[in-house]
Design a protein around this ligand. Structure first.
Ligand SMILES: [Zn+2]
Length: 405
């Protein structure tokens, strides 16, 4: 006997409506008509069923701080965050804010978050709080943490030890910020060291890379070259790379993107934050987001992520991955029917691949994690930020309003 049967739903992967059968915590079958007794039945009535949203780039340690940023620049955000760290940050403060956000994110259909955590703090308060939260919320959200040296790997002598200590505490991914190092060659050296640490420990890498309007900030080239040289293909992610939007188009299309594709580099765009923080000082103002359409066309796995929510870098945000995807579609010139489906993948299957989430998807054998939406197609859902009617995690209905028989 099945535990749960969801009848007559649209999916992004099947042409016709299907039934989805769940046994225990797994999907048992997906087929046009399933005749089997089930403990609970949901009549989907042609609505859209999706695997959960995956937010592959976030900052849970600064979320909901509501620190003001009057210039709207990355620099003022980093400076104001430094003051907050010194004056107000505590383990309890991080834990409470991050837990409150995750509770909301879960109801918005997100079930996996990769969060960077600032490891330039000598007490590692963020890492302490978030490694605990990761354990406490594992029945709702898969949290992956990145050891992120916000002020720079070479900003202080102890940052290396702090980064290693955070990894020892259970932080999962090695982070970096080469464009924020004092000298350009220290950016290069930081990537060499960070990739070596990742290689030694068998960990993935996710670097804040070239989050800048400077066309000469070309650390992503170094990241791609090192990834290939060190045999780390498929394990390294370049987040942001907004400088690519102002680099020479010949260089980007003929050299850089082919290098990145050959290195199996993943890319995470953060459309809301990129378009808000970037482009302040160029004339004419440019679109400060990586060329998502070209990256996808080259076969690179691209995700769109939320990055910030009510923190020193972004005063808005609502854990709504449709909002993130919509901004990505606008800025990336991806409004064709096929393109909109590709954009939808940047907040679902693509980030799941980047985070290497086991059993993700809506096929037999996958984890029974899914969201039923009040929409009849992907485009309709994107257009309306469709209401999340049911949230299912490991085969159990955890939130929502739809009728269950
Ligand atoms: Zn970030």
């Amino acid at each position: 006997m099945l535990d749960l049967l969801i009848r007559n739903v649209q999916t992004s992967t099947h042409e016709e409506p299907v039934d989805v059968a769940i046994a225990g915590a797994k999907i048992a079958e997906v087929a046009p008509r399933i005749e089997a007794p089930a403990g609970q039945t949901i009549e989907g009535e042609g609505r859209l069923l999706i695997p959960p949203f995956v937010d592959a780039h976030f900052h849970l340690d600064s979320v909901l701080t509501r620190i003001p940023n009057s210039s709207g620049t990355l620099r003022e955000g980093i400076d104001n965050w430094a003051v907050y760290k010194q004056e107000q940050l505590s383990v309890e403060d991080v834990y409470q804010r991050a837990a409150r956000y995750c509770e909301h994110a879960f109801k918005m259909g997100i079930q996996a978050i990769r969060s960077h955590v600032d490891v330039c703090d000598p007490q590692l308060r963020g890492a302490q709080a978030l490694t605990q939260l990761k354990r406490d919320l594992s029945d709702r959200i898969d949290i992956q943490l990145v050891a992120f040296p916000q002020d720079g790997y070479y900003s202080a002598p102890q940052v290396r030890e702090l980064l290693i200590a955070a990894l020892d505490m259970g932080v999962d991914v090695v982070g970096g910020i080469p464009h924020n190092e004092p000298m350009y060659n220290q950016g290069t050296a930081s990537l060499q060291e960070l990739l070596r640490i990742a290689q030694e420990r068998g960990l993935p890498v996710d670097v804040h890379c070239d989050e800048s309007d400077d066309p000469n900030s070309r650390h992503v080239e170094t990241l791609a070259a090192l990834t290939k040289q060190m045999g780390l293909e498929g394990r390294v992610t370049a987040s942001h790379i907004t400088a690519t939007a102002v680099m020479d188009p010949y260089y980007v299309s003929r050299k850089l993107i082919p290098m990145m594709a050959a290195a199996g580099l993943h890319v995470i765009c953060n459309p809301l934050i990129n378009i808000h923080l970037g482009g302040h000082f160029t004339h004419p103002r440019h679109r400060a987001m990586a060329p998502m359409r070209d990256l996808l066309a080259a076969g690179i796995t691209v995700a769109c992520a939320q990055d910030c929510n009510e923190d020193p870098w972004y005063p808005l945000g609502n854990a709504d991955m449709f909002e993130v995807a919509r901004m990505g579609a606008h800025v990336g010139h991806m409004m064709g029917l096929e393109a909109l489906h590709k954009v939808f993948e940047t907040v679902t299957v693509n980030p799941a691949r980047i985070m290497d989430l086991p059993g993700y998807g809506l096929t037999a054998g996958c984890r029974a994690n899914m969201v039923l939406l009040r929409a009849d197609s992907v485009v309709d859902a994107l257009r309306t930020s469709a209401t999340r009617e049911l949230i299912i995690r490991d085969g159990v209905i955890r939130a929502g309003t739809a009728a269950v028989a």
